[in-house]
Design a protein around this ligand. Structure first.
Ligand SMILES: NC(=O)c1ccc[n+]([C@@H]2O[C@H](COP(=O)([O-])OP(=O)(O)OC[C@H]3O[C@@H](n4cnc5c(N)ncnc54)[C@H](OP(=O)(O)O)[C@@H]3O)[C@@H](O)[C@H]2O)c1
Length: 346
């Protein structure tokens, strides 16, 4: 690549089911085409977050954000370093920032769309993609606001070895709950029990999963659902009275053009239970409360954060399906660059 150009990855075609090799395509962009306007900054992207939600963002349907258009840079949150600023920008060259930069090596971003990152003691800037970022905020507000978890209750978490799920398990333990995590491999279950301290981890791919679930869970008070489908139906069959089901995600259905409905929902009536969806962005004004508690846990070592790092922007399209095959343990990110290496005059 010439020093005058950089790479971006755009949406080429909307997949019908699974993400395919030609769903995205790489483009080369000239730095000369960039214009850094008033209250804007040019950012060199360092790490990008890969999220199950991206599968929804490339569907042409009504949601909480507009669909990514064909030919548009793929939407993604990420970290970066400010390399130059426009007139009146509140940022300075060298600032570490979080923003929705997309699948690109460089981005021009509005000041109001970015946050300056100052890692608290015991944290790193990377934590703003995980425990102190969207996964952490999702875990915290889903569990405490939607789930209303209380000490002594039984909490069941699906997708437990993923970014959100691992944090829900740990916040659940901090809150004094008995925590059962569900994940797709024996190694993930061992990590949940041995490193994160969940009371029991269950492999949903085991032939004895249904019996294991009944034995380990008994009846549950809060089910934090990241996956939907058959595991949600199973959880619905094991509700205590006044149970709360937190609908955070339903990854088992994201690639399915015709997702199936639930069969076990009538227990919501008999057990006077609640099932509620939420979108983390609605809690944005309260994020500092969660950041404070999670940062304290990171600092004293009681909250652990694991990353699965894929090298190079060009590998983002082939890494995204890892979320659906379960190849990631912890937060999946793409390393785009080490640090700002250029100072552009624009
Ligand atoms: N509501 C919100 O505001 C909000 C915000 C952020 C994320 N979310 C949702 O939270 C969930 C977790 O997101 P994340 O970023 O933390 O992803 P993640 O858990 O790090 O990665 C996804 C994991 O899902 C599991 N999985 C994939 N297909 C599955 C299936 N068919 N059945 C059961 N498990 C399956 C895989 O683990 P296994 O090996 O265990 O199968 C995979 O590692 C997603 O559903 C996401 O959409 C919601």
């Amino acid at each position: 690549m010439s020093p005058n150009t950089f790479s971006q990855i755009v949406l080429r075609e909307r997949p019908v089911a699974d993400i395919l090799p030609d769903t995205f395509e790489s483009k080369t962009k000239e730095f000369g085409e960039l214009q850094v306007g008033k209250s804007q900054a040019l950012v060199q992207v360092t790490y990008l977050s890969l999220d199950p939600a991206m599968r929804g963002w490339i569907k042409d349907e009504r949601s909480y954000l507009p669909p990514v258009k064909i030919g548009e840079v793929m939407r993604a949150g990420g970290l970066g370093v400010v390399v130059s600023v426009g007139e009146g920008s509140k940022f300075q060259k060298g600032d570490l920032v979080f923003g929705m930069f997309g699948w690109t090596e460089y981005a021009v971003a509005d000041d109001k769309s970015m946050q300056k990152i100052s890692p608290p003691p015991g944290s790193t800037s990377m934590d703003f993609l995980n425990a102190l970022g969207i996964p952490g905020m999702t875990a915290y507000f889903g569990l405490h606001d939607v789930g209303q978890l209380k000490a002594g209750e039984t909490l069941v978490v699906s997708g437990a070895a993923g970014a959100v799920g691992a944090l829900v398990c740990q916040l659940g333990k901090r809150a004094g709950a008995r925590v059962v995590g569900i994940a797709g491999t024996a190694d993930k279950c061992a990590w949940l029990e041995d490193d994160l301290g969940v009371d029991k981890a269950l492999n949903y791919k085991s032939p004895t999963f249904r019996e294991d679930f009944a034995k380990a869970v008994g009846y549950l008070d809060v089910y934090f659902d990241n996956v939907g489908g058959e595991i949600l139906d199973l959880a619905l069959s094991r509700l205590n009275q006044n149970a709360r089901i937190v609908l955070c995600g339903g990854i088992s259905a994201y690639n399915d053009p015709q997702p199936k409905g639930l069969s076990g929902y009538l227990t919501l009536i008999t057990q006077r239970a609640k099932m509620q969806g939420f979108i983390v962005f609605d809690y944005a004004e309260q994020y500092p409360v969660a950041v404070k508690e999670i940062a304290a846990g990171l600092a004293d070592g009681s909250i652990k954060s694991k990353f699965h790092i894929v090298e190079g922007l060009g590998n983002a399209p082939s890494a995204l399906p890892m979320l659906f095959s379960g190849a990631n343990v912890g937060k999946l990110v793409v390393k785009v660059s080490n640090e700002a290496s250029m100072s552009l005059k624009l």
